[in-house]
Design a binder for this molecule. Structure first.
Ligand code: AMO
Length: 425
């Protein structure tokens, strides 16, 4: 038998003026003045002020408390209410002092200090806010794709062959056999188009890239989608546009307070996101490269904002030689591909495109790259048994949240980052 809780949340107190209520949370701040002591209590909804006459209980900050008191209107108190005449019960052990003050409006500590202390540091409202934005974004991703007839799938994160490129995989011992951490759910999501037509997955992926940058992690969260019966990559881009708009709307609706705290400026998602062919991008940039460098991405983003008033830009038609073997070439211009990247505020946020779907095309693509068929045998079975034209995309969740919240480092949008140097906490 579960007893209904009598707990009232901090944000709900305004609806209970004059009543005796019970709140629970962490002692965010204790401030003793001459004749009164203020206890600020933090719970998942926000902060509540409690006033005791006299010295009040001398408890260390972060101790977990349950407090019963009378909700009293006070225009000077945050949100206009406070709890008076309280009785205080301690629920945790008396808290040790956190590595830095969690009650100050901002955190001055350097990023490594924050990350080392993450389990406690994340209690700071400004440090948890990006993760609330992230959670709301994922909810929007799911809701949009659910509405478009997609099925959510969960695929293995330990695999027997590399999915994206051989060089950047973490190898591990799997009962005496060599195995790898999955770089993406690419092959599985394609195979599941053969079952469900439209699928999506949100989950961890692993990249052993030795990049020590503000936008690379060795483990990140990939928001993947794949859909069948498309004419070409442009249908995938249209779905992606809906997804991004759904994510923005969900952040506004479900994480409004966190977004406000971080002064997030939510982007407008144009009905039609501007697009630029890779060859045209090279011409504008005045260079001739097989891929876009980070500085090129920043320049093109500024160009899209200037020319089209858009914070998003599709770059389509990347050269085939820089794309994985499953990529569909551009009809009539086989050196280019039916693939795209979506740039957002200066950064590559999404990669996607149309895939090969005929068995014989896969055999030819692997042969042309001098790659053996063996490791891909299982993957290629789907194509031997009939697959529709299809395509999909993957959006890097941490990059999205970082760009959205304007943070300088992707690690601030990851609860417990894993990178070249960091394996704890
Ligand atoms: P790709 O390898 O380009 O494509 O990855 C897709 C998106 O994932 C993000 N991303 C990263 N985020 C943080 N740290 C990293 N090391 C990192 N690497 C990539 C980026 C990127 O745009 N299978 C294809 C997708 C597809 O075609 O469906 C793939 O994985 O935001």
């Amino acid at each position: 038998m579960i007893h209904p809780t009598t707990r009232v949340l901090a944000a709900e107190l305004t609806g209970h003026v004059g009543e005796s209520v019970e709140i629970s949370g962490w002692l965010h701040r204790r401030r003793a003045l001459k004749s009164v002591t203020f206890l600020v209590i933090r719970d998942r909804s926000g902060l509540a002020q409690v006033v005791t006459t006299g010295a009040g209980p001398n408890l260390p900050e972060e101790t977990v408390l349950r407090i019963r008191g009378t909700v009293t209107a006070n225009p000077q108190a945050p949100a206009g209410v406070e709890l008076t005449a309280p009785t205080v019960e301690v629920l945790s052990s008396l808290a040790e002092a956190p590595p830095f003050s969690l009650f100050r409006p901002t955190v001055e500590a350097a990023l490594p200090v924050v990350l080392d202390g993450a389990p406690v540091a994340l209690r700071h409202p400004r440090l948890s806010a990006p993760h609330r934005v992230s959670a709301a974004s994922v909810a929007g991703f799911r809701a949009t794709l659910d509405g478009l007839g997609f099925t959510e799938i969960h695929t293995p994160k330990v695999v027997s062959s590399a999915t994206e490129s051989g060089a950047d995989v973490f190898a591990l011992d799997w009962f005496g056999r060599e195995a790898y951490l999955a770089q993406s759910p690419q092959f599985f999501k394609q195979a599941m188009v053969g079952v469900f037509e439209r699928v999506y997955e949100t989950g961890p992926v692993f990249r052993a890239e030795p990049h020590d940058t503000a936008r690379h992690l060795a483990q990140y969260t990939s928001l993947d989608a794949e859909l069948g019966f498309i004419a070409d990559h442009r249908e995938v881009m249209a779905v992606l546009r809906e997804v991004v708009a759904g994510m923005v709307a969900s952040v506004a609706g479900r994480a409004g307070a966190a977004a406000d705290l971080l002064e997030v400026k939510l982007p407008d998602v144009p009905a039609e996101i501007p697009q630029l062919h890779f060859a045209e991008a090279m011409r504008l940039l005045g260079v001739d490269e097989p891929d876009l460098a980070p500085a090129h991405e920043r320049w093109l983003s500024e160009w899209a904002l200037r020319e089209h008033g858009s914070e998003f830009l599709f770059v389509v038609g990347y050269p085939m030689r820089k794309r994985p073997f499953y990529t569909h070439p551009e009809p009539g211009r086989p050196e280019y591909s039916n693939s795209f990247d979506l740039l957002f505020r200066g950064l590559e946020l999404v990669t996607g495109g149309q895939r090969l779907h005929r068995y014989e095309d896969y055999l030819a693509a692997l042969a042309a790259r001098g790659e053996p068929v063996g490791p891909y045998e299982g993957y290629l079975r789907s194509f031997a048994h009939g697959m529709p034209p299809h395509g999909g995309f993957a959006l890097g969740l941490e990059r999205w949240t970082a760009r959205l919240t304007g943070t300088d480092n992707i690690r601030r949008t990851t609860l417990f980052p894993r990178d070249l140097h960091r394996l704890t906490p």
